[in-house]
Write a new protein. Structure first.
Ligand SMILES: *Cc1c(COP(=O)(O)O)cnc(C)c1O
Length: 370
């Protein structure tokens, strides 16, 4: 029995003195929100770091998702994945749009393009895939389907900070990509989020929408919401950018260590890096096949807890199993067999930049024994 609890994640925070200096500056200027200088500087810095053309900062990722659907005037039905954090489908629901769940592929647990195509109806207007656990979707195939059927493509990119595929930032695929900078993510601003888009007119529309629709002091061009990022979040974000490469490198080292320690355990599998992809290592999911491993995923989850190790069963239950969604035809039992299997087998192990490598060994040791 270890003494201190090991949680699934722990936010990285920069040296307090650095944040204090920013706080003092904000106190002096008394500009605390509404497109202040830290906000403007962070938008520029993130565009450079991420290799994207335009970014609009938000107070959180969920409001960014909701606003992305508004910005493209999406209606009718949106095809999405059941294997994600619940906010993905909630953003669709909050827009009075019907989510249609399609199954995931067994390799990286992202939306299966064949299943997406099969789910298209005359009411479908968009696809909202998630690059789950930071592994890029089959972006070319999804774009082909979107083009062939005249659909918009909005990526929930909340897990893919700085991820590239074939040298291309994954954020540049699709019409819009939505990010979250919540404290549990690889890069965070306490709470925060963003929409990445590809042209200035769209960036302007999104900026209006996140600020009540104001296009000038007395001009309101749309029924917007208040989803602005404040100066404290933006100032933290600028500091975090200095440290994020180091954080990701540490996560990569820890993920490799988990793989070395866990390789060859019967009934336990994990994801390898995808070819041509630069990863950000947001989670370390493992799948427990009860028949082969000898114990169920839930038994493993409870056993780890008894040893003060708090893994999380992301993403169980499936979104399609929550009361809001389970009556939908696409949520019917048997329609999402891969997602159902993965949700029943997955557990995410502790992974964060300050995690002690000895703790990785300890957790892996428990999985070998249990
Ligand atoms: C974190 C997350 C969100 C929500 O972001 P918030 O900033 O917490 O609102 C949405 N989708 C996915 C896949 C996420 O992981």
């Amino acid at each position: 029995m270890t003494s201190k609890p090991i949680y699934v994640t722990q936010p990285f925070l920069p040296p307090l003195e650095e944040f204090e200096a920013a706080l003092r500056d904000i106190w002096d200027t008394k500009w605390v929100t509404n497109n202040g200088k830290y906000h403007q500087e962070l938008e520029r810095a993130l565009c450079r770091y991420l290799g994207v053309e335009h970014i609009s900062l938000f107070s959180n990722g969920t409001l960014a998702l909701i606003t992305a659907l508004q910005a493209l005037r999406i209606t009718g039905e949106v095809i999405t994945t059941p294997f994600s954090f619940v906010a993905t489908a909630h953003s669709i629901w909050w827009n009075n749009i019907k989510p249609v769940f399609a199954d995931i592929e067994p390799g990286y647990f992202n939306l299966d393009p064949d299943k997406v195509e099969a789910a298209i109806t005359p009411q479908t207007t968009a696809i909202m895939p998630v690059h789950v656990y930071g592994n890029p979707c089959q972006v070319d195939r999804l774009q082909k389907i979107a083009d062939a059927y005249g659909l918009k493509l909005i990526y929930d990119a909340c897990h893919t900070f700085g991820v590239t595929v074939g040298g291309q930032p994954v954020l540049n695929f699709g019409d819009l990509s939505v990010m979250s900078f919540h404290a549990t993510k690889v890069y965070h601003t306490f709470e925060g989020g963003a929409i990445v888009c590809h042209d200035g007119a769209m960036k302007q529309r999104i900026d209006f929408l996140k600020n009540f629709g104001f296009a000038g002091e007395t001009t309101v061009v749309a029924p917007g919401i208040n989803a602005k990022m404040n100066e404290f979040q933006a100032a933290l974000g600028l500091l975090q950018l200095k440290y994020v490469d180091g954080s990701i490198a540490k996560r990569q080292g820890l993920a490799r260590r988990y793989r070395e320690r866990l390789r060859g355990i019967a009934g336990l599998s994990f994801l390898e890096d995808a070819p041509g992809v630069v990863h950000c290592y947001p989670y370390f999911p493992v799948l427990i096949d009860q028949g082969c491993y000898g114990r169920s995923r839930d038994a493993v989850y409870e056993e780890l807890k008894r040893h003060n190790v708090f893994g999380r069963r992301y993403f169980y239950p499936l979104i399609s199993q929550f009361p809001t969604y389970k009556g939908l035809p696409s949520a019917a039992p048997g329609n999402l067999p891969v997602a159902e299997r993965v949700a029943g087998q997955v557990i995410c192990l502790p992974l964060y930049s300050d995690l002690d490598p000895a703790d990785v060994d300890h957790v892996a040791g428990l999985l070998r024994r249990t």
